[in-house]
Design a protein around this ligand. Structure first.
Ligand SMILES: Nc1ncnc2c1ncn2[C@@H]1O[C@H](COP(=O)(O)OP(=O)(O)O)[C@@H](O)[C@H]1O
Ligand SMILES: [Mg+2]
Length: 561
C-alpha cells in the first residue's frame, strides 16, 4: 500500500480555509472587500461576541443573481478574473474566489441577496460546507452575509483564538483600516448591540479625525508623484506623535497593506523628520498602475511586491520633504519676502579673527559671527522677556510666541555648521592634550577623525589607545575634553551618518542651555533669525515654539465665544 494518499475533498477545503480565515477579523476583511467590490455606498457591520458567535455584513451594492448565488460559496468561484493575465492587472479586491468557500467550510453561512438585474431576492444557507437551503425571499437591495459559529467544526482552530475582548479589538482595528480605504462609504458598526461607529461618508482627512481623535490643525497633507508612483500623505506633525506606529496606515491602490519592508523603509525616512519624537498618525497612500504591483503574495493579501521599489522609496522621501516644507511655511503665513536678508547671508564672512588673549565663551562667540549676517533686517516683533531663563516671550502682530531658547540656539548653530561643515577658526593648544580612547570611541575611529578634522580639530592617534589633541575650534575653549569625548562616543555606522550625527551633537554642545541668561541682544538676534528664516523645529525635530493668537487667548478667557 502506498504511503501517499490524496486527501479527501472536505479535508482539502478545511486546509485551504485555514490559510484565508484565521480569526473573525479575517472573515470581516473578506466580507467588507466583497462589499467594496460590489460598489456599495453603505455598509453595516454587526458583531456578536467578538465575531465568534455572529458576524453580519450588509451592503447596498450590486447584489448577486440567483444563478451566481448557487455558485459563490464553491471553491474558486469568482466573477472577478477569468484568465492568468488578469492576475497581473487587478482592479478588484477579490480575485482568488476562495473567501466565501473558505468561510462556508468553517461556519454556518447565510447569504441573502437581490441583484439589481432581478426582481426577486434569493437566500442560501450552507452549514459547514453543505448547502441546506436555497429559496426565493423578500429583500430590498444589496447583500447580507451572516456568519455564525465560526470554527465550531474545528475545535483545534477555535482554541487558538484569543479572548472575546482581544478578538473584538482586532476586529475594530481591521474595520478602521478598511473604512480608511473607502472614506466615501457610509459605515455603521455595532458590537454586541452597541453602536461603535456611525460614519456618513466624507474625506479621508475627516475620517482620520473621526476615528483617531486627531486634531485637524496637526494633520498635514501632500500629494506628490513621479513617473511611476503617486503618493498621498496625511500625517500628524511633530507636536502630535505616538510612541508606536499603530496609528499609521499604509494603502496601495485603496488596498490596506501591512508590508514589513515598506514599513522599515518608511520608518527610517520618518526619522529624518521626526527625530526621536516617535511616529506620526495618519495615512500613506500609494497609487501605481496595477501591472506594476503584485498583490498575490499572501493568502490574505496583506503583503505586496512592487516592480520598481527604489522609485517608490524616492517618491516617498520627496513627498515627506515637501510635506515638511509646506508645514514650515504655514507657520509663517504673514511672512513677507526679505531679499536683503538672503543677500547678507550669502556673503557671510568666512574669516573670523579671534583677538589674542581672548578666552571666548562657547556659543556666544560662535553666534557673534552669525550676528553680523542679520544686520539690516527690519524688526517687526517685540521681546517681552524670558520665562524661567528657558523661554523667550515674543509679541508679533496678533501672536504671542513662547520660544524654547535652547532649541532655537541649537537650530541656528546646526544650520550654520551644515552650511559650512567646518568651524573656521582652529586654535592650537599650547600643551597638547591626551584623550584615552575607550572601546566605544575606537569604533569607526577613522571616520570620526576625518569629520572632526573637517570641523577644525587637530588630532593625532597616539599609540594604540590614546589620541593627541593639538588644536580645536575656538568655540571649544572651555570643556574641550568633555565635548570631544562625547563626540567620540557617538555610535556611528557610516560616514554620512557620522557627519550628520556630529553636526547635530556639536550644535547641541554649542547651544545655549536652559537656565543660561541670554543678553537682550542675543535674544533679539536669535528671534530675528527664527522669523527671517521661518525656522520651526530643532535638529531633533522638536518644535521651537508655541504660538498663541490673540483670538485663542480671548476665547480661553471667555472674552469672545
Ligand atoms: N457582497 C457581495 N455583493 C455582490 N457579489 C458578491 C458579494 N460577495 C460575493 N460576491 C460574489 O461572489 C463571488 C465569490 O466571492 P469570494 O469568495 O469572496 O471570491 P472573490 O471575491 O475572490 O471573487 C464574487 O466574485 C462575487 O461575484
Ligand atoms: Mg472576495
Amino acid at each position: 500500500m502506498p504511503k501517499i494518499s490524496i486527501l479527501p475533498e472536505d479535508l482539502r477545503g478545511k486546509i485551504a480555509a485555514g490559510e484565508v480565515i484565521e480569526r473573525p477579523a479575517s472573515v470581516i476583511k473578506e466580507l467588507l472587500e466583497n462589499a467594496f467590490d460590489a460598489k456599495a455606498s453603505l455598509i453595516r457591520v454587526e458583531l456578536q461576541k467578538g465575531g465568534l458567535s455572529k458576524i453580519s455584513v450588509y451592503d447596498n451594492g450590486e447584489g448577486i443573481t440567483a444563478e451566481d448565488l448557487k455558485l459563490c460559496y464553491l471553491p474558486f468561484a469568482t466573477s472577478k478574473i477569468k484568465k492568468v493575465e488578469d492576475l497581473f492587472n487587478l482592479k478588484s479586491y477579490g480575485f482568488r474566489g476562495e473567501a466565501l468557500s473558505s468561510i462556508a467550510q468553517v461556519s454556518r453561512l447565510k447569504i441573502v441577496s437581490k441583484s439589481k438585474e432581478e426582481d426577486l431576492a434569493q437566500e442560501i444557507y450552507v452549514e459547514f460546507g453543505k448547502e441546506k437551503i436555497f429559496k426565493p425571499t423578500h429583500f430590498n437591495e444589496g447583500t447580507l452575509v451572516v456568519v455564525e459559529d465560526l470554527f465550531a467544526n474545528l475545535p483545534a482552530r477555535r482554541a487558538f483564538l484569543k479572548s472575546t475582548k482581544v478578538e473584538s479589538s482586532k476586529n475594530l482595528e481591521l474595520i478602521r483600516i478598511l473604512m480608511l480605504t473607502h472614506p466615501e462609504v457610509a459605515f455603521e458598526v455595532l458590537m454586541d448591540g452597541k453602536r461603535v461607529y456611525h460614519w456618513r461618508g466624507g474625506s479621508l482627512k475627516e475620517l482620520l479625525i473621526y476615528l483617531f481623535d486627531l486634531k485637524e490643525k496637526s494633520l498635514w497633507e501632500i500629494t506628490h508623484e513621479n513617473s511611476l508612483y503617486k503618493v498621498h500623505l496625511i500625517l500628524s506633525g511633530p507636536e502630535e506623535t505616538f510612541s508606536h506606529s499603530k496609528n499609521l496606515f499604509f494603502m496601495v491602490n485603496k488596498r490596506a497593506i501591512r508590508d514589513e519592508k515598506l514599513n522599515r523603509v518608511f520608518f527610517s525616512l520618518l526619522k529624518k523628520f521626526y527625530g526621536a519624537l516617535g511616529f506620526p498618525g495618519g495615512i500613506v497612500h500609494i497609487e501605481v498602475l496595477p501591472s506594476m504591483v503584485d498583490f498575490n503574495v499572501h493568502p490574505a493579501k496583506w503583503e505586496v511586491r512592487f516592480r520598481k521599489e527604489s522609485e517608490l522609496y524616492q517618491c516617498l522621501e520627496e513627498a515627506l520633504g515637501l510635506l515638511f516644507e509646506k508645514r514650515r511655511k504655514s507657520f509663517y503665513p504673514e511672512k513677507r519676502s526679505q531679499p536683503s536678508d538672503h543677500r547678507v547671508r550669502e556673503d557671510l564672512p568666512l574669516e573670523y579673527k579671534v583677538s589674542e588673549g581672548l578666552s571666548p565663551t562657547k556659543g556666544v562667540v560662535f553666534e557673534d559671527r552669525l550676528r553680523k549676517t542679520l544686520l539690516e533686517v527690519e524688526e517687526d516683533f517685540k521681546i517681552l522677556g524670558s520665562f524661567k531663563e528657558a523661554y523667550i516671550l515674543v509679541e508679533k502682530e496678533d501672536n504671542l510666541f513662547i520660544v524654547d531658547h535652547h532649541a532655537l540656539s541649537e537650530r541656528v548653530c546646526y544650520d550654520f555648521l551644515r552650511k559650512r561643515a567646518s568651524l573656521t577658526m582652529t586654535q592650537s593648544l599650547l600643551i597638547p592634550m591626551i584623550i584615552k580612547l575607550t572601546p566605544e570611541m575606537m569604533e569607526n575611529l577613522d571616520a570620526k577623525l576625518e569629520i572632526l578634522t573637517q570641523v577644525g580639530f587637530e588630532l593625532e592617534p597616539f599609540g594604540r589607545e590614546e589620541l593627541l589633541v593639538k588644536g580645536a575650534p575656538s568655540e571649544f575653549a572651555e570643556d574641550l575634553k568633555e565635548a570631544l569625548e562625547s563626540l567620540l562616543m557617538l555610535p556611528i555606522f557610516s560616514k554620512e551618518e557620522a557627519k550628520e550625527a556630529f553636526i547635530r551633537e556639536l550644535a547641541c554642545l554649542l547651544a545655549r542651555k536652559k537656565g543660561n541668561v541670554l543678553s537682550e541682544e542675543e535674544k533679539r538676534f536669535l528671534i530675528k533669525k527664527m522669523f527671517s528664516e521661518s525656522l520651526d523645529s530643532c535638529p531633533h525635530g522638536r518644535p521651537l515654539f508655541i504660538r498663541i493668537t490673540l483670538m485663542e487667548l480671548e476665547k480661553k478667557l471667555k472674552r469672545i465665544l
